[in-house]
Design a protein around this ligand. Sequence first.
Ligand SMILES: N[C@@H](CCC(=O)N[C@@H](CS)C(=O)NCC(=O)O)C(=O)O
Length: 214
Amino acid sequence: MITVFGEGRGFRVIWLLEEMGLAYRLRPVDLLAGVEEDAEFLAVNPAGFIPAIQDGDVTMVESIAIMEYLMARYGPTPLAPGPHDPAFPAYQQFLHLGEAGLAASIYFVVGARNFAPEAERQNWSAGQALEVFESRLTLVTRQLARSPYLAGEMFTAADISVTYALELARRSGGVSPGEAERAYMARTSGRDAYKRAMQTCQATTAWLAGAPGQ
Ligand SMILES: N[C@@H](CCC(=O)N[C@@H](CS)C(=O)NCC(=O)O)C(=O)O
C-alpha cells in the first residue's frame, strides 16, 4: 500500500494514483498548524515539506519525481509517453515546467499575498516570481493553441503537473487564466480520476471552494 503524506502538491500524486488505479492511503499533514509536533511525518521527511510517499522500503519527496517513480515502477502507462513517442519531448518539458517554471514561482507569490505582513505583500521578490510565472505561462498558452493537451492529443502526467500549478495561481495567486487555459482546466478537471482524487483530498476541496485559512 502506497502512503501519500500531505495534500498541496500531493494532489498531483493522488490524481496520478487514481488515473493508474493504484491502491493508496492519504496521511494528512497540517502545514498551517505546523509540523514540529508531527514526529511520524518528520521521520519520513525531516525537511518538513509535502508531499512525501512511502512505498514499502521506498521513501521519496518531490511531486514530479514521485510521479515519474510511480509511472516507471507500476507502468507502462499512457500518462508517460515513451522516449520514441513523438509526444515525448513536449511531455518532458511540460511535466517539469509545471513545477520548476509555474508552481515553484507562483508558490512564493501565494505566500506573499496571503501570509506576509501587510507592508511586504508587494515585495520585489514576489513581483519577480509573478513575472517568471507569467512568462512561463506563455509556453502553455502557445501549446494549447496547437493541441488539447500539453503533450498533444492525449492527456498525460504533464497535464496533472500544469493543472495543479494553474489552480494554485487562480485560487491563491491572484492570476486570471485566459480563455484557453480556463477551457483546458475544465477539460482536465472533468476527468473521473480528478474527481475521485478531489473526494480523497478534503483540504484541497475546501481550498478550491475558497474556505478561509486554506
Ligand atoms: N518542488 C516540491 C515543492 C514542495 C513544496 O514546496 N510543498 C509545499 C506545499 S505544496 C510545502 O510543503 N511548503 C512548506 C515548506 O516548504 O516548508 C514538490 O513539487 O513537491
